[in-house]
Design a protein around this ligand. Structure first.
Ligand code: IVH
Length: 674
């Protein structure tokens, strides 16, 4: 065969096999027998082996994997991967609909989709080729798992010729069909490997495997449900059309979606799948309802955590009945006491449940729990099951109520409970072991300082040995190297890894350090907001409760907790030490280069959609010329830049306040002059 003939044969085999894969995995309409498929694939593999000059990473032969990923790179999402607000009943859904219609008017269409119970993934395509697959991670950044994603048969590595944009991102859910899960889990049990609790965990465990060939052996599937591109509203007017298009490009889009014109149709869809879901070959845990129009989606925008234009309706979780034997009490890193119910083991949604969280004293009162009660347990979205009620028919007449402890079960310090707070706290911050250990464990955790080479057990051991009592002691471990080397469980290598991990943590940005300090109510998002606003720890420490509460989305309860934290001399001392050790206590201030100062001193809000710009582009243009963007209409606002489909409530408010409503062209004129 001539070189040209070989190339042609290879390309033909690739095209045919890709089409067969698509027919089988995406359309579920096989177009070739397994034997014939395997023989064609073998021929292709043989040719590729013999003529490596024709190798192609997108060849169907590459779906078997082979790449080993030692460590997954963390990458930032171009568009954050948000979660969805949840609703559990009709009323909450009607409230959502009302909020939507109030903002965008009564002409609303919703797309209803199944809520797949897997893990979300973001895929990037450049020039029609899969270039990156990233897990959700914390929503802002995730792990790059491209090698593994490339082995998923229903994900195209190369798209069909079509009018797709040069660069786009598509989001979806990776999952495993129930049958495949059962088969593979049985194999694991036979091989004496730990079985997975459910298909979701199996899929999640698989996508993070280092060996992509092993991933390829485990049949994962993926439904795609959301497209992101620059200027997407130029390509499509709504979500439904985008789904139709991505289907044509070769993506696996679930066929059970529906375009609904009103809430009645949405509710009928939900009712249909409440029982219909058990006939599907995969698990769903609810329905996702999305506003169809892109214009309206942009008008509605986002809260800090989720879009205002979409919501999830969650089906009721599975329940089981079992006996409550006792309650034990755990003390967390902030000193909060958590009651935990000890149950007679019971099977629930594929796992054995022995314990359930009771949150706080109010929960025990609310459920009116008595010793020996028969209770209903439920597994919702949370990993820890909860008690949802008592089977009163089975209650014994002499059953005693539980007496909530008044002393810390660990250090016996009398507990405190502030007015209006649900939790009891042990105030012995510096002497109560689980608080000390928990605080340091939190600090080294993945979401905080992410210290490599050190785990929760190490912290516990070091605490018991008197090597660690404060966060800052981590940074003096280097000076205790000799002592560490005498410890049985730690080899030379693990000690040097650990010390290197500690040293590296000094580079972590201020927001991570702030989160790591473990200030009550200061989670990741709050820490980020505070770090961005105050820029440095001294400014935050000096701020009054009112000043902190003035930051967007920071409530008075959080603000009080922050000022209380900084007023404590022990905490001040810790921060001083950490500063001396060289940790980051300042946010880097980015220099903004202005294109002009034409808009300095002017404030804007952007509403609706525009022909020439995306809202993001228009916002960038305003800011780069010195203008400021505000998030809500108030007396401080100078201009509303209105495009098409501006929400009626915004329009009314702006008119009432007499704020000029201008177009994107007016903004250009302000910048460029006539
Ligand atoms: S849309 C901003 N559609 O549910 C758009 N999500 O609780 C958000 N999910 O993180 C995602 N099925 O992992 C969307 N049809 C569907 C979905 C879906 C499952 C998951 C997804 C998301 C989570 C939100």
């Amino acid at each position: 065969m001539t070189n040209d003939a070989i190339k042609e044969r290879i390309e033909r085999l690739r095209a045919e096999l890709t089409q067969h894969n698509y027919n089988y995995y995406v359309l579920a309409q096989p177009s070739i027998s397994d034997v014939d498929f395997d023989s064609q694939l073998a021929e292709l593999a043989q040719l590729e082996n013999q003529y490596p000059e024709f190798a192609d990473p997108d060849s169907p032969t590459q779906k078997v994997g082979g790449d080993i990923t030692k460590q997954f790179n963390t990458v930032k999402h171009q568009w954050p991967m948000l979660s969805l607000g949840n609703t559990y009943n009709e009323q909450e859904l009607r409230d959502f609909d009302e909020r939507v219609r109030k903002a965008v008017g009564d002409e609303v269409q919703y797309v209803c989709e199944l809520k797949f119970d897997g893990l979300s993934i973001s895929l990037t395509y450049e020039q029609g080729k899969l270039s990156r697959g990233v897990t959700r991670g914390d929503g802002l950044q995730g792990d790059e798992v491209t090698a593994n994603v490339r082995t998923i048969k229903s994900i195209p590595n190369k798209l069909k010729p079509a009018d797709f944009p040069e660069h786009f991102e598509i989001r979806g859910e990776v999952f495993m069909h129930r049958k495949a899960f059962e088969r593979l889990n049985d194999e694991r049990i036979e091989n004496e490997e730990v079985p997975y609790a459910n298909p979701r965990n199996f899929a999640a465990g698989t996508i993070k495997l280092q060996d992509s060939a092993e991933v390829a052996r485990r049949p994962l599937d993926c439904f795609l449900y959301f497209l992101y591109t620059e200027n997407r509203s130029k390509l499509f007017k709504n979500h439904w059309d985008s789904l139709e298009a991505v289907k044509r490009w070769g993506f696996h889009v679930c066929e059970h979606s529906s375009l609904c014109n009103n809430m009645e149709e949405v509710l009928a869809f939900i009712a249909h799948w409440e029982s219909g879901r058990f006939n599907l070959s995969y698990d769903i845990d609810g329905i996702v309802i999305k506003v169809n129009s892109y214009g309206q989606q942009e008008e509605l925008g986002f809260t800090a955590k989720s879009p205002r234009w979409a919501i999830a309706y969650k089906y009721k979780a599975e329940q089981a009945e079992t006996q409550l034997n006792s309650i034990s009490y755990q003390v967390g890193r902030t000193g909060a006491l958590t009651p935990v119910a000890n149950l007679t083991p019971v099977q629930l949604a594929g796992t054995t449940v022995k314990r359930a969280s009771l949150h706080n004293a109010n929960e025990i009162v609310r459920l009116d729990l008595r010793q020996g009660d028969t209770v209903y347990v439920e597994k919702g979205g949370e990993i820890i099951p909860k008690i949802v009620g008592v089977n009163l028919a089975k209650r014994l007449p002499e059953a005693q109520a539980f007496i909530y402890p008044d002393k810390c079960p660990i250090c016996e310090t009398p507990l405190v409970r502030k007015e209006g707070e649900a939790n009891h706290y042990c105030p012995n911050e510096d002497g109560c072991p689980p608080q000390i250990v928990g605080r340091i464990q939190h600090f080294i955790g993945r979401k905080a300082m992410d210290i490599d080479g050190m785990g929760d057990e190490t912290i516990e051991t070091f605490y018991k040995l008197g090597l660690l009592t404060h966060i800052s002691d981590l940074y003096s471990l280097y000076d205790k190297k000799d002592r560490l080397q005498q410890l049985d469980r730690f080899g030379e290598k693990s000690i040097s890894n650990m010390l290197a991990g500690i040293e590296k943590s000094k580079e972590k940005p201020f927001e991570k350090v702030l989160f790591g300090l473990g200030i009550r109510y200061v989670g990741e998002t709050v820490a980020r907001k505070l770090a961005q606003y105050f820029k440095q720890i001294d400014a935050l420490a000096a701020a009054s409760t009112e000043e902190i509460a003035a930051v967007n989305d920071i409530g008075i309860r959080i603000a009080e907790s922050v000022t209380e934290y900084f007023a404590n001399p022990g905490h001040q001392e810790q921060i001083k030490l950490l500063q001396q050790y060289g940790l980051q206590f300042k946010t880097e201030v980015k220099e903004v280069v202005l294109s002009s100062d034409k808009l300095v001193g002017k404030t804007f809000i952007i509403s609706g959609t525009f022909e020439q710009f995306s809202r993001e582009e228009l916002g960038n243009l305003i800011e780069s010329n010195g203008g400021k963007l505000l998030s809500s209409i108030s007396g401080k606002l100078n201009y509303v830049v209105a495009g098409e489909n501006m929400g009626p409530s915004k329009l009314a408010k702006a008119e009432k306040l007499g704020i000029p409503i201008i177009s994107d062209q007016d903004v250009l004129t302000m910048i460029n002059g006539q």
